[in-house]
Design a protein around this ligand. Structure first.
Ligand SMILES: Nc1nc2c(ncn2[C@@H]2O[C@H](COP(=O)(O)OP(=O)(O)OP(=O)(O)O)[C@@H](O)[C@H]2O)c(=O)[nH]1
Ligand SMILES: [Mg+2]
Length: 218
């Protein structure tokens, strides 16, 4: 697949310190769409300077941001990655190549470079939900990660409804229900390069994410 067929959606809230570098590392030819969700820092300016298209979304939440990005994308394939510099956009090429090899949904399994990269509770929570989806739908997954590639039409047809942190779980659940070919490959995971954690690094964010995960599985 040609990179010009790919849009990369980067949900962001207050990631001014890292977003420029993330956008600059998106593979040549791919369209970068930064979805700014109520940032009160210079995220949008830094993203634009680095060459991204910036979309604003007023409804808070990871799922809202991703959905706004998918709506704005005008390429056949959409990828997602976080804006905090914890993952390398160059590895999106491998996920896109998995689509060429027959995958309907290609997801990244986070492989931390050090024990402090990924708080134990977040790691265990993702692993537990992945194990459930593995058993229930025979999906070959071990993580509920933020890096993925999928054809835009396929994603739209799944009709993922969650607008908060349950979005990645619901996407996998619906993919399993629809019998899609899901593949997983390792991606490097490092400590965010700047800014503050909104999810796993705080009690509030973690409780909210756990609640959103469980709501989707009920
Ligand atoms: N658009 C949008 N993006 C969000 C929201 N909450 C988090 N994000 C983004 O989603 C990504 C993941 O959030 P992080 O704060 O990195 O959460 P985390 O990975 O658990 O925490 P770290 O361990 O610090 O990396 C980042 O790119 C955030 O900017 C939100 O409400 N709206
Ligand atoms: Mg992060």
């Amino acid at each position: 697949m040609n990179p010009t067929e790919v849009a990369v959606i980067i949900p962001c809230r207050n990631e001014a310190g890292s977003i420029g570098d993330v956008v600059s590392r998106v593979p040549a030819g791919m369209q970068s769409i930064v979805v700014d969700n109520g940032s009160d820092d210079a995220t949008a300016d830094r993203a634009r300077e680095a060459g991204a298209t910036v979309v604003y979304e007023s409804e808070p939440g990871y799922g809202s941001a991703v959905t706004a990005g998918v709506t704005a994308a005008d390429r056949d394939v959409v990828c997602t990655i976080d804006g905090d510099g914890s993952m390398d956009p160059a590895e999106l090429l491998d996920l896109v190549a998995d689509l060429d090899r027959g995958a309907d949904l290609a997801v990244g399994r986070r492989r931390p470079d050090s024990p402090r990269t990924w708080p134990l509770h977040a790691r265990a929570g993702s692993a537990a939900v992945a194990a459930y989806l593995r058993r229930r739908y025979h999906l070959p997954i071990h993580d509920i990660g933020p890096m993925r590639a999928i054809r835009r039409d396929t994603l739209m047809s799944l009709g993922v409804a969650d607008r908060q942190s349950g979005y990645p779980v619901e996407l996998l659940l619906r993919a399993g229900q629809a019998g899609l070919r899901v593949t997983e490959r390792d991606v490097r995971y490092t400590v965010r390069t700047a800014g503050q954690s909104k999810v796993s690094g705080s009690i509030r964010g973690s409780v909210r994410a756990a609640r959103d995960f469980v709501m989707v599985l009920r």
